[in-house]
Design a protein around this ligand. Sequence first.
Ligand code: KIV
Length: 289
Amino acid sequence: MSLHAQTHRLMAPDIAAMKRVKPIVALTSYHAHTAAIADKYCDLLIVGDSLGMVMHGFETTVPVTLDMMIVHGRAVVRGARRALVVVDMPFGSYEESPSVAFRNAARVMKETDCGAVKLEGGRRMAETTRYLVDRGIPVMGHIGLTPQSINVLGGFKTQGRTRDEWPAIEADALALSDAGAFAVVLEAMSAPLAARITEQVPIPTIGIGASSHCDGQVLVMEDMLGLSPRVPKFVKKFGAVATAIEDAIRAYAEEVGARRFPGTEHTYAMKDEPRDLAAVTKKPKKLST
Ligand code: KIV
């Protein structure tokens, strides 16, 4: 039996059962200490491949590797106790075939101890989704704007703003649901289309830039905290963390520059000698030659 049996960690079926019961609260998470804070308020923590942009300074998510996802996934699982942790499969790790996807997703599950993986793509990923779910790997889908396809899409473009785009995106959502996905992320999608999909599919929709019609919401944590220098229109900044970090670093630099930090309360005295910092810090006399 698990040592942590007293804390029930949510599993994919628990999230699926929240549809039409309660709004699902989700954030991305890449770091153990912030995961521990987010875990108190979130049902889902997604270790998204946007970590390539917000943690590593890449321009897109395309360069992110499986090893990077595993390092951050493991940190988040260590920090969180209750939320379901979902780890993104990065570009190139699952598209080739269902068996390649299984091998890489199984590695992610074993090495991070996460509860599910997320794949980008609708109908084209339905067969792979079914293959993974049948073999014990819960899958979250991701449709609408799929940032790993940026080089085909030609930019981070909102999806479904004209009605002729709707049937394909609706078919994507239904195909993933039929294939056994437990939830689906709708990214950067017109509000009426997100509402229609949420109504049509039996699994929860988790919106990011897809309106309050979705069954749940996710944002990139660094964006909503006010840390990311540039954010999409759909992000509301709930904090001003970049300003708080800069204020703290400026104060530190000033105190170090003025020799006000470290003070005596931040230094170690000798165990059996009186604290005499002045004597310790006095410049050594020049030796006469
Ligand atoms: O990588 C990411 O940040 C995502 C979010 C949409 C959850 O996939």
